[in-house]
Design a protein around this ligand. Structure first.
Ligand code: FAD
Length: 325
């Protein structure tokens, strides 16, 4: 009988990608994926939002990861813009493709008057209901999953979610998502190391037991920092903003962004973080430099498969079987 020594569990490493917007961006995304694969991430998450075309592009990217790389995808899904039925079909479709991990989100509410229709907001009002829906699909597909489980992640907020009355309310919502069946959480970006440790402390005190992985983004220019904060409803970090504004070259801005992200990640690890999730903006260099600075390696497979071709008809045909429109 083979015996395996017990060993300390290494922190997880994961990256977030968004689907490319056109053919040119597709080939760049393939290069980014190959570069990121060298660090053996435990999984790569793919965002999901926007128009039906953008949503289909997310599923196509998942199809590419499954068919042409050895990376494990984590598919983001949102309640916004979906019905209970479309989500049910979509989860079934993703499972059939080979997806075993989903990040269940409410999604950002669409802006503008043209989105006032209830259909644009979605049938499920909160992420917790999407967690329940995914567990329901899992039960129904129990035989094809060999009675295994899907990993379900949810969002957590180191600083108050813009729609929440209080930070404490966010912690209660996180607990409700765990009770609905979530296995882990990934945080929204944050700029102060104390925000992550405070979230973990408050969540544990409230009864949350699932791993809470810090979500960190290396930000290497002031414009991106401001845009990011606008999209996520966060206050920009003034010290970081000033350093980026004062920097005299791209190389210096890059060093500032990578250094700041690495410091945040190191502080999270010092506080016992179970892993690191890097928002990449579909750029490999900054996240890989953060990983290098931390001397981190994931436990996934390091090499991408030969001959990856995002334009490959077979890869896309699997994704285009998507029943969801
Ligand atoms: P929820 O947990 O449902 O919370 C939404 C709001 O409702 C919060 O203010 C919460 O406090 C409140 N709430 C929840 N339950 C209740 C209740 N029972 N009663 C009263 N209030 C309640 N967005 C996308 O569109 N696509 C993506 O791919 C995407 N990826 C993301 C990845 C990560 C790691 C994170 C952190 C966020 C991501 N987002 C994405 C953004 C996210 O969708 C938004 O932050 C969204 O506004 C909230 O989503 P949620 O899943 O946290 O929602």
């Amino acid at each position: 009988m083979t015996e395996y020594a017990a060993s300390a569990v290494a922190p997880s490493l994961s990256y977030e990608l968004y689907p490319p917007r056109n053919d040119q961006a597709k080939s760049k995304t393939v290069d980014v994926i190959s570069a990121l694969a060298a660090s053996a991430p435990d999984y790569v998450s793919v965002t999901y939002n926007g128009t039906p075309e953008r949503r289909r592009a997310s599923v196509e990217l998942i199809g590419h990861l499954i068919e042409h790389t050895r990376l494990r995808p984590l598919a983001h899904l949102t309640c916004v813009g979906e019905t209970r039925e479309s989500l049910d079909r979509l989860v079934n479709h993703l499972v059939a493709l080979g997806v075993r991990g989903v990040l269940a989100l409410r999604g950002d509410k669409p802006e503008g008057a043209e989105h006032d229709a209830a259909s644009a907001h979605g049938e499920l009002p909160f992420a917790r209901y999407l967690v329940e829906l995914i567990r329901n699909v899992e039960n129904r597909r129990s035989a094809s999953l060999a009675a295994g489980r899907l990993a379900i992640g949810v969002a957590a907020y180191p600083t108050r979610h813009p729609e929440s009355p209080t930070f404490r309310h966010d912690v209660e919502v996180l607990l409700a998502k765990e009770r609905a069946g979530a296995n882990f959480a990934i945080t929204q970006i944050y700029f102060d190391p104390a925000d992550y440790t405070n979230l973990v402390r408050e969540a544990r005190a409230a009864g949350v037991t699932i791993p809470i992985v810090p979500g960190i983004m290396p930000v290497n220019n002031e414009r991106r920092l401001l845009r990011l904060c606008e999209l996520s409803g966060l206050e920009p970090d003034e010290a970081l903003r000033a350093r980026l504004a004062d920097a005299s070259s791209d190389a210096e801005r890059h060093r500032i962004g990578v250094g700041h992200a690495a410091e945040l990640a190191q502080a999270a690890f010092d506080g016992g973080a179970p892993g690191l999730h890097l928002y990449t903006f579909n750029d490999a260099r900054s996240p890989l430099d953060v990983v290098d600075a931390l001397q981190l390696t994931g436990s996934g497979t390091a090499d991408a498969r030969e001959g990856a071709d995002y334009g490959d008809a077979d890869a896309l045909s699997a994704a285009s079987r998507l029943a969801h429109a």
